[in-house]
Design a binder for this molecule. Structure first.
Ligand code: NAP
Length: 318
């Protein structure tokens, strides 16, 4: 399928994928972006983005991603709405098997991102971006002076809870057990914060609110006694972990024990030559749009250098 062969193929269309595409396209490499199951990535499920430089008034997440895409397409990026199911990275060209067919590529940029884990409630889905969030850094400032809940007992939950006390009048951590999973230092910080309270052995059964009013309360179930009661709150931050989107790379690329893609320290090369990783799929620490965009740029530049070195080697061998 000569038509489906690409010098640079990018899987994923969040800030990392589009930035890689902008750089690869401007290097005349005509990259192909396979958008994946959540075109635009995690920013499409948030509302205002106020921390992306260059937008002093803030910008809506979906609009920001449209701008990324338009910029990538302006320089000749091709985009397909397709979902990758399997990859063969054992030899080059790499083979990418998707719903719509098979693509081949000289270099592959993995920008498949990570997905926040959700509790799994219908009301949670309905109110996402309207009082329900999984990112305090992104959305905390919208809850100034309000009382909010953070769900989870790990480091992320403690970090989110502490961060939210900068804005919120009260932060209530709801955890399903009676002890935290978070590291000692994060626990101590949270316990010492006078704005943070804990509700133990409890789970949210339903989030109550509307798109117009935001969240107004939750139904909390005590998992030990079974008692369910209403609890007034104005926001719910779900912090029960993230899952990197690496399922299709298991056994094909080296992964960390937590599932994140392994890349060279300070770089973006994977253990397979010609395959690069960028954005949240390889970053479990910063997880910001701007850092994802930065590593997307690195991946494209390294792919370009890789192809150039290969062409130079080929030229000297003939
Ligand atoms: P995590 O350590 O896996 O903790 C997830 C928490 O959410 C646990 O307390 C878990 O409860 C709870 N949980 C999971 N599924 C749930 C569900 N369906 N309903 C209710 N609660 C649920 O995840 P994380 O906090 O995102 O941390 C991930 C990794 O990043 C960790 O290695 C962490 O140390 C690291 N991290 C470090 C920092 C830092 O050092 N600054 C900051 C953030 C993250 P159980 O405890 O009952 O399992």
């Amino acid at each position: 399928m000569a038509d489906n062969h690409h010098k640079v193929l990018i899987i994923g269309s969040g800030p990392a994928g589009w930035t890689a595409a902008i750089y690869a396209a401007r290097a005349n490499l005509s990259p192909l972006v396979i958008q994946g199951t959540q075109p635009g990535g995690q920013l499409t499920i948030t509302t205002d983005v106020e921390n992306f430089p260059g937008f002093p008034e803030g910008i809506m997440g979906p609009e920001l991603m449209e701008k990324f895409q338009a910029q990538a397409e302006r320089f000749g990026t091709r985009v397909v709405y397709d979902t990758v199911n399997e990859v063969d990275l054992s030899k080059r060209p790499f083979r990418i098997m998707a719903d719509e067919g098979v693509y081949t590529a000289d270099t592959l940029i993995v920008a498949t991102g990570a997905s926040a884990k959700w509790i799994g409630l219908e009301s949670e889905q309905k109110l996402m971006g309207h009082g329900v969030s999984s990112c305090a850094t992104c959305d905390g400032a919208f809850f100034r002076g309000k009382e909010v809940i953070v769900v989870g007992g790990g480091d992320t939950a403690m970090e989110e809870a502490n961060f939210l006390t900068r804005f919120c009048s009260k932060v209530v951590v709801v955890h399903r057990r009676d002890s935290l999973r978070a590291s000692k230092i994060m626990q101590e910080r949270a316990f010492a914060n006078p704005k943070i309270e804990f509700i133990w052995d409890s789970a949210i059964e339903e989030i109550i609110g509307a798109k117009e009013t935001g969240v107004t309360s939750v139904k909390l179930k005590n998992l030990k006694t079974g008692e369910v009661k209403g609890f007034a709150t104005q926001g719910v931050f779900v912090a029960i972990g993230h899952k990197p989107n690496t399922d299709i790379f298991e056994g094909k690329l080296e992964l960390h024990p937590n599932g994140y893609l392994k890349v060279t320290p300070g770089g973006v090369s994977t253990n397979v030559k010609g395959v690069f990783g960028c954005g949240d799929v390889m970053d479990h620490h910063y997880r910001q749009a701007i850092t994802a965009a930065g590593t997307g740029c690195m991946a494209a530049m390294d792919a370009e250098k890789f192809l150039e070195a290969e062409e130079a080697a080929l030229a000297t061998s003939v």
